[in-house]
Design a protein around this ligand. Structure first.
Ligand SMILES: [Zn+2]
Length: 239
């Protein structure tokens, strides 16, 4: 579903606009001068009805949770030119389908996912080092480490000639909300520092991993989060 010039929503579940599988995150496709790259993959349903035309060259994973990385396996198998890119920690967990590392064991115990829900391993083509920039034609993608929601989280800052977009995964959402969870790698002090760092970034468009997005003035949402962080608090949870 096209949501702006050259930007498409390719997955979105119950916490979004119910375009695809109920458990899907928001996943996006962004056109650039030489093709299309994807941000996140959803849980692993066939995404073809939602994929835009054009050669899909890269999949950038924000983090290893199943609703974001579960679909990497399908995409890697069906798109021959695809390079799957992510942080070193995400790569380790996704390449080995480590259900403990990604807290899938805990999430299944809590009933977030059905017990039989699969998580297939996916080889990673390109490990992005913290703060590394990837140049894709006319577009520069910077991988910014933003631990807190999970240890491996990358936020992608995407600069195109006429606009700047932020893809924070599950780091923060519309209205400055966050998702703290009782999982092994969720970290309150790291989360606060991450929000402080994001507050230093310049961006206009905001595309979070769940809920609504913002086509302009996206910084107002991190400003809302900072109202809490500046008082040594964390913002309310998304759910
Ligand atoms: Zn997550």
């Amino acid at each position: 579903m096209k949501i702006a010039d050259g930007i498409h929503l390719i997955a979105s579940g119950n916490l979004g606009v119910n375009l695809t599988h109920p458990l899907d995150c928001n996943a996006f496709a962004v056109e650039y001068s030489e093709g299309v790259f994807l941000i996140d993959a959803g849980v692993g349903q066939d995404p073809r009805p939602q994929l835009p035309a054009g050669k899909i060259t890269h999949l950038l994973l924000t983090h290893y949770h199943l609703d974001h990385a579960g679909g990497a396996h399908w995409l890697e198998n069906h798109l021959p030119d695809l390079a799957v890119c992510c942080s070193p920690q995400t790569a380790q967990a996704v390449a080995t389908a480590d259900q403990q590392a990604i807290s899938l064991t805990a999430a299944k115990r809590a009933g977030v996912y059905p017990n039989h829900f699969p998580f297939h391993p996916c080889p990673i083509s390109l490990i992005l080092q913290p703060n590394e920039s990837l140049t894709l034609g006319d577009t520069i993608v910077q991988a910014i480490p933003t631990p807190g929601h999970s240890r491996d989280m990358y936020t992608y800052l995407v600069k195109q000639p006429d606009r700047t977009m932020l893809f924070p995964g599950d780091t923060f959402f519309h209205s400055g909300r966050i998702v703290l969870q009782d999982v092994w790698d969720c970290d309150v002090p790291a989360y606060a520092n991450t929000l402080r760092r994001i507050n230093t970034l310049e961006f206009d468009m905001l595309f979070p991993g769940h809920g609504l997005w913002s086509l302009a003035n996206g910084r107002r949402h991190i400003a809302s989060a900072m109202d809490y962080v500046n008082k040594l608090l964390l913002p309310p949870n998304l759910v």
